[in-house]
Design a protein around this ligand. Structure first.
Ligand code: GP0
Length: 829
C-alpha cells in the first residue's frame, strides 16, 4: 500500500514508473488484454461493442489510477472539501469525454485503427447515462467536469437509478415511454464498492431514553435497508486530478435477518426483502412538479442519509471533534431535492454525537448552501407532514423544533405579523399540513443562490421576497454555465481544431477567456471560409442522422433551425409550431416568383414530455401532424421541412448542436430561471433567436443585441400584459394559424382542441399571441441575415468568441470563492 509521497524526487520517480502508459502501443496491448480477460472474447473475433468495452476498461484503469492518487492526496492535505448533493446527474456518454480529458484521444484512435476499428464508431456503442431530467441535471454534470478540471477537492453524491430517464418512442406521432435499461449491458465506468455501505432506516417511532442522567431521543426504525456505493471517476482536463461521483444503490439489509426468516416462510421472506431495491430503481420523470409520493421521499432520504453518513465518517477519520466541521466541509444542495440533509446532519449531531442544539444548528448553517432553479412558486417542493412523520418520525420532530425557534426569532424581529409569519414558516398550515422544503433550505443554509441575475431579481421581488428582506446578504446568484470540454471539444472537434489554429493555442480549453481572441478575426475571409466549411460538415452529419431516423431528406443549404429541450408550455414550442405553420401558409399562398426569395429552412424540434403532462404530449403530436403535411406537400419542396427528433438526450444534443445554424429559446420572459442550452449553441457559433429571459439577458449584454435575434415582451412587461390580456387584440396572423389547427387542417381536430384553448379567449397565459408578431419579425431578420453569408458568419464567430462567460468553469470559480470558500488542491504529478 502506498503511503504519503512526501514530495521526494526518488519516491515520485518510483511511482511514475508504475503509471500506465498512454502511447498507442501500450493502449493497444491493454485493449487486447481486456478483450481476452475482461470481456472474455477471443482476440481473433470481437465486434464493435466488445471493442468499445475493452477500450472503456482500458480507460477505466487509467481513471482508477488517477482517482486513487487524487484521493490519497486530498486525504493527506485535508483541504476544505465540497460535497455536491444532487438527485440528478445527466452525464451522457463517458468514453469520448474521458479520452479527451485524459489527453489521449488521438492515441486511442491510432491504437484502434491499427486493430481495424474506428474510434468514432466505438463511441457510438455507448448508451447515455441519463440519471436526470433536463437542465438542472445536465448542469450538475457540467459542474462536475469543471470542479475536476479546476482541481477543487470536491465529490458529487447522487442516486444510482436502475432506470434512468424513460426512452421516448414515437408511434403515429404520439409519445410513448419505455424503460431505460442502461445497466443491462454492464457499466464499465463505475466501480462497485461493496464494502462502502450504510444502513438506512425508515418508519418506526421515537422513544426517550435516559443515558447517564441525560434524556435522549432514540429512533426505533421499522424498516432498514442498505445503501451501497458505486463510484464514478470524473477526470479533469489537463490535470491529473480525478474526482468522484458516488452514487448509491439500495440493497436489502443484512440486519435483523434471523427475525424475518424465522417465520418459516423462507421464500416470501427473501422476496420481500428484495423489494428494498425498488428505492433506487427509477428516476421520477417529472421535471419541476412534485406529487408528494412516498417512494420519492424515500429516495430523497435514502440518498441523503447515505451521503451524510459517508461525509461525517470521512470527517471523523481525521478529526476528533466537530469544531472544525464547517471549515472542512461545504455541503451544496442542488435544489431542494436533497434538503432533508439539513435535518439529517442535525439529527446525527444532536442524537448521535451528543452535541447541544445551538451549536449543532450553527455547524449546520455554516456548512450548507443551496441553489434554487425555479421562478415559479408552484414549482417549490412541499411534503405532506403526515407522510414525512410516518416515514421519518424523528426528522419531523426536528423540523418542528427548527421552525419553532425560527418563528420565535422572527416574532422578535418583525413583531406579530401573522400573515408574514405564516408565509415564511417552514410548516404550511391548512387542510393538509405541508413542509416547505424551500423555506427549510433558506433557513438552514448560509447562502441561497439563483442561477442568473434576473433570477435573483425575481427571487427578491416575488418568490422569496420576505426572506430576501430578512437576510439580504444570504441571497446571491451565480449565472449557470456549460463545460466547453464536452460541448465543444468532444462534440465539435473540427471547430475546436479551427479555433486552436487561429488562436495559436489549445489553452482556451482550460482557460476559456482566451476565446475572445477570435473576435479580431471575425471578419477575416479565410477564417470565415473555414468556419463555414466546418459548419457544413457538421450539417451533413446531422442531415444523415435525420434521414436515418425519419426518412426525411434535407438539404444542407437550408438554414438548420433548432429547438431542443424539455417540452413545456412556458418554453413555448407551440409558438415555434405556430411560426412554422405561418411560414407554410405563406409559401402555399405565394406566386411562383415569390418562392425564389424564400430562405429554405429545416426546422428541428426535439424533447421529452413528462409522462403525465397532457398538453406537452399534444404539442409533440401537433409537431408530427404539421410535419406530415408540410414534408409531403409538393408546393413546398425544400423550402420548408419539419423534423421531430425522437428520444432527445445528451448524445443527441452533441450531434445536433454543432450542426445547427439557428437555435430557439422562446420562454415567456420571467419563466426560465437561467437556460443552459443557449450557452452550448453560443459556444458552437449557432445564432440565437430568443426572448430576453434568464441567462439570455446576460448573453445579450456579452455579445450585443445585433449579434442575435431578440424578440418579445420583457420580464418587467409580462405581469401587466397578463392583466390586460383579455382586452388585447390578437394579431390576425396568429388567429389564422390557431384556426387552422382548430379546424382540423392537420387532422385530429378534437384532440387538438384543448391545445388551442390554451391560447384562446384570454386564456393565453404564456402570451403567445402577444409575442407572435415580434417573433415573426425576428424570424424574418434571421432569414435576411442568412442570405448575407458574410454577416451571418461574422455573427457566428462573435457568438463563440463571446461565450466564455458561459463556461461552467466561471460558475464554479465563483461558487468556490463566494459560497463554498474552497481552494484548489492539485495532485502534484
Ligand atoms: C429547473 F426547477 N430546471 C427546475 C427543475 O425542476 N428542473 C430543471 O431542469 C432548470 C431550469 O428550468 C433552467 O432555467 C436552468 O437553466 C436549469 O434548471 C439549471 O439551473 C433551464 O433548464
Amino acid at each position: 500500500r502506498r503511503s504519503g509521497f512526501a514530495g521526494r524526487a526518488e519516491r515520485m520517480f518510483g511511482l511514475m514508473d508504475g503509471f500506465l502508459k498512454n502511447d498507442p502501443w501500450s493502449l493497444q496491448k491493454d485493449v487486447m488484454h481486456h478483450v481476452e480477460y475482461t470481456v472474455a472474447r477471443s482476440r481473433f473475433s470481437f465486434d464493435d461493442f466488445e471493442a468499445y468495452l475493452a477500450l472503456s476498461h482500458t480507460i477505466r484503469d487509467r481513471l482508477i489510477e488517477r482517482w486513487h492518487d487524487t484521493q490519497v492526496y486530498f486525504k493527506r492535505k485535508d483541504p476544505k472539501r465540497l460535497y455536491f448533493l444532487s438527485l440528478e446527474f445527466l452525464m451522457g456518454r463517458s468514453l469520448s469525454n474521458s479520452t479527451v480529458n485524459l489527453g489521449i484521444k488521438d492515441q486511442c484512435a491510432d491504437a484502434l485503427n491499427q486493430l481495424g476499428f474506428e474510434f468514432e464508431q466505438l463511441v457510438e456503442q455507448e448508451g447515455d447515462a441519463a440519471l436526470g431530467n433536463g437542465g438542472l441535471a445536465r448542469l450538475s454534470a457540467c459542474q462536475m467536469d469543471s470542479l475536476a478540471t479546476l482541481d477543487f477537492p470536491a465529490w458529487g453524491y447522487g442516486l444510482r437509478y436502475q432506470f434512468g430517464l424513460f426512452r421516448q418512442v414515437i408511434l403515429d406521432g404520439f409519445q410513448h415511454e419505455q424503460p431505460d435499461y442502461w445497466l443491462n449491458f454492464g457499466n464499465p465506468w463505475e466501480i462497485e464498492r461493496i464494502h462502502v455501505s450504510y444502513a438506512v432506516k425508515f418508519y418506526g417511532a421515537v422513544e426517550e431514553e435516559l443515558l447517564n442522567g441525560v434524556k435522549r431521543k432514540v429512533w426505533i426504525p421499522g424498516e432498514t435497508v442498505e445503501a451501497v456505493a458505486y463510484d464514478n471517476p470524473i477526470p479533469g482536463y489537463g490535470t491529473r486530478n480525478t474526482i468522484n461521483l458516488r452514487l448509491w444503490a439500495a440493497k436489502p439489509s443484512g440486519e435483523g435477518d434471523m427475525e424475518s426468516y424465522n417465520t418459516g416462510d423462507y421464500i416470501n421472506a427473501v422476496v420481500n426483502r428484495q423489494r428494498a431495491e425498488t428505492i433506487s430503481s427509477v428516476l421520477y420523470p417529472d421535471d419541476r412538479s412534485y406529487q408528494g409520493k412516498e417512494l420519492r421521499l424515500k429516495q430523497q432520504y435514502f440518498f441523503v442519509t447515505a451521503s451524510t453518513q459517508d461525509i461525517i465518517r470521512r470527517y471523523k477519520d481525521s478529526h476528533s471533534n466537530f469544531d472544525d466541521f464547517s471549515n472542512k466541509v461545504a455541503l451544496q444542495l442542488n435544489d431542494t431535492h436533497p434538503s432533508l440533509a439539513i435535518i439529517e446532519v442535525m439529527r446525527i449531531l444532536i442524537d448521535e454525537e451528543n452535541i447541544e442544539w445551538n451549536r449543532a444548528w450553527s455547524i449546520v448553517c455554516d456548512s450548507f448552501s443551496f441553489t434554487t432553479h425555479t421562478v415559479s412558486p408552484e414549482g417549490l417542493e412541499k411534503i405532506p407532514a403526515d407522510l414525512l412523520g410516518s416515514l421519518l418520525p424523528r426528522h419531523l420532530e426536528i423540523i418542528y423544533e427548527i421552525n419553532f425557534l425560527f418563528m420565535e426569532e422572527l416574532k422578535k424581529k418583525l413583531g406579530l405579523n401573522y400573515s408574514q409569519l405564516s408565509q415564511m414558516s417552514i410548516v404550511e398550515e391548512g387542510a393538509v399540513k405541508n413542509i416547505r422544503m424551500a423555506n427549510l433550505s433558506i433557513v438552514g443554509c448560509h447562502a441561497v443562490n439563483g442561477v442568473s441575475r434576473v433570477h435573483l431579481e425575481l427571487l427578491k421581488k416575488r418568490v422569496f421576497k420576505d426572506f430576501c428582506e430578512l437576510w439580504p446578504q444570504k441571497f446571491q446568484y451565480k449565472t449557470n454555465g456549460a463545460t466547453q470540454r464536452r460541448w465543444m471539444v468532444v462534440s465539435n472537434p473540427n471547430l475546436c481544431g479551427l479555433i486552436s489554429k487561429w488562436l495559436g493555442t489549445e489553452a482556451w480549453i482550460r482557460d476559456v477567456d482566451l476565446l475572445i481572441g477570435l473576435k479580431e478575426f471575425a471578419s477575416n475571409t479565410d477564417l470565415q471560409h473555414e468556419w463555414r466549411m466546418v459548419k457544413r460538415v457538421n450539417k451533413m452529419r446531422l442531415a444523415e442522422y435525420i434521414e436515418a431516423i425519419s426518412g426525411v431528406k434535407v438539404s444542407v443549404d437550408a438554414m438548420f433551425d433548432v429547438q431542443i429541450k424539455r417540452i413545456h408550455e412556458y418554453k413555448r414550442q407551440l409558438l415555434n409550431l405556430f411560426g412554422i405553420i405561418h411560414r407554410y401558409d405563406c409559401i402555399k399562398n405565394m406566386e411562383k416568383s415569390g418562392k425564389t426569395k424564400v430562405v429554405p429552412r429545416v426546422c428541428i424540434i426535439g424533447g421529452k414530455a413528462a409522462p403525465g403532462y397532457e398538453i406537452a404530449k399534444k404539442i409533440i403530436k401537433l409537431c408530427h401532424a404539421v410535419a406530415e403535411t408540410i414534408n409531403n406537400d409538393p408546393d413546398v419542396g425544400d423550402l420548408l421541412k419539419l423534423v421531430f427528433i425522437p428520444d432527445y438526450n445528451v448524445s443527441v444534443a452533441e450531434l445536433v448542436i454543432p450542426g445547427s445554424d439557428l437555435s430557439q429559446h422562446l420562454s415567456t420572459a420571467g419563466h426560465e430561471a437561467s437556460g443552459t442550452g443557449s450557452m452550448k449553441f453560443l459556444m458552437n457559433g449557432c445564432l440565437l433567436l430568443a426572448t430576453s429571459d434568464g441567462s439570455t439577458i446576460e448573453i445579450i449584454e456579452e455579445i450585443g443585441n445585433d449579434n442575435m435575434f431578440v424578440f418579445g415582451a420583457k420580464v418587467d412587461e409580462v405581469p401587466a400584459l397578463r392583466e390586460m390580456k383579455s382586452s388585447l387584440k390578437v394579431p390576425l396572423q396568429f388567429a389564422r394559424v390557431v384556426r387552422m389547427v382548430r379546424d382540423g387542417y392537420f387532422g385530429h381536430k378534437d384532440y387538438f382542441e384543448s391545445l388551442c384553448k390554451t391560447v384562446e379567449n384570454g386564456g393565453d397565459f404564456y402570451l403567445l399571441g402577444n409575442d407572435f408578431m415580434s417573433y415573426l419579425e425576428a424570424q424574418a431578420a434571421a432569414d435576411k441575415t442568412f442570405v448575407d453569408q458574410e454577416k451571418w458568419t461574422r455573427m457566428s464567430i462573435l457568438s463563440s468568441a463571446g461565450s466564455s462567460r458561459f463556461s461552467s468553469d466561471r460558475t464554479i470559480q465563483e461558487y468556490a470563492e463566494k459560497t463554498w470558500n474552497i481552494e484548489p488542491c492539485k495532485c502534484p504529478f
